[in-house]
Design a protein around this ligand. Sequence first.
Ligand code: HEM
Length: 508
Amino acid sequence: ANQYPLHTLGVIALSLSLLTPAHAASLTRDNGAVVGDNQHSQTAGPNGPVLLQDVQLIQKLQRFDRERIPERVVHARGAGAYGTFEASADISALTRAKVFAKGSKTPVFVRFSTVIHGLHSPETLRDPRGFATKFYTSEGNWDLVGNNLPVFFIRDAIKFPDMVHSLKPSPETNLQDPNRFFDFFAHQPEATHMLTRLYSDYGIPKGYQYMDGNSVHAWKLVNAQGRYVYVKFHWASRQGQHNLTMQQAAAIQAQDFNHASRELIKAIKHKQYPQWDLYLQVMQPEDMAKLDYNPLDATKIWSGVPEQKVGTMTLNRLPANIFQETEQSAFAPSNLVPGIEPSEDRLLQGRIFAYADTQLHRVGSNGLQLPVNRPLVAVDNNNQDGAMNGGQRQGGVNYEPSRQGSLQQDASARYSQLPLSGSTQQAGISKTLNFRQAGEFYRSLNKQEQANLIANLAADLGRVRNEATRNTMLSYFYKADSGYGQAISKALNANVGEIAKLAAQLHE
Ligand code: HEM
């Protein structure tokens, strides 16, 4: 530094001060002014009360009092990482979305999560795991908000709040209670498939790297001609799928209830970057009605439909600040780009509304301006103002249409068109097929895995006091596969003949 004359150093210091907070090395208050004493409150003499005029004390307490934002109503506990998605196949015949242009690389942010319990709950619990990916594409952000398990408990969004209430801790005791959630699920035979997967060893993945991700829902890919196909997305872990038994999870939890976040951080710090291949299943609209189940039902997998690989994701960077990035990240199934659209799946249609809505409350009306949520492309809309507005490009013309030159719509980004007929209704789907895929999954497990499933289920179902609830649940598992139903019934000392009778009365 001594090669520069003193006045030049002054200019450098001044220009730096415009870029960085004043007195970067000094502790400051929120207005940038240096703090004189951070150890002692200002008092009236040695024995008098503390003074309200001590701005540092008051501001420090005020800011501390406001450190929390509402936690996510579900999926509160999570871990995030950045990386890249590289598209490897030419699927331009299926979609015009540039994120899938062969060879293109798109930055991503992924947040893995558990679902039911709070922000600092154990990561060893039996729970679906969230697998949410934000693609910062050249056409805006696309969020693929999926889970590790490929199906869901229910098929209509109107049931989601009830289901979550039953699974969350009781408002009376603050304890999660199988008496409550099996009371709910005994009225939802369509949950049999998801419950069977959840109570299998897949219900406790060994860590976030060791699980697959699934869109669960069908989405639509739309090509440049406006023609669409239905697709399901599947992230296949290159680390392999590894799970924990109930006993292994308990042993880990006794030592560490953050093992999944810790493993992810360790792997990335040691440059063992986790990777997933992205696969697509494709269904033509004209083939949908031929199936004996409804392919837009989130309780179903598309068994027998081949998968094609479309790319690979590598996670290689950790967030620098958990609150700013992981906590304030806002993933929404409504964050879509041209060429990717929602299907008519009734559960998905509710999600299209719910995420953006909760985020207006949780992160605020300008939450998408935060660095982790901001698209790489310019955001030019006529939305304005709101709390915490960090500034968007705005001219005088904040409306459209106008003769004074306003932002223009682009017809190439119009939604695809769905042919419709009939009248509005409130009715369930016709091809429910509630049990068959649960049975198929049960039979795909080896003997040990089946035994673990029975033990896991019996442990929770055995705590249910209401006999009708217990027997109804047993009849669902029996209907899925009689061997499966018999095994759990025996584990619970239930009357197998009685359960078989109940199962015989159930519709597929
Ligand atoms: C998070 C609602 C079904 C995966 C959330 C959040 C809400 C919500 C309100 C909190 C979002 C936030 O605060 O940022 C719903 C509703 C559903 C539903 C209403 C059904 C109608 C599903 C399904 C999946 C899923 C089927 C998987 C395919 C996720 C994930 C997150 C999440 C991964 C966490 C995203 C993150 O890491 O920030 N859900 N959900 N949800 N949901 Fe759902």
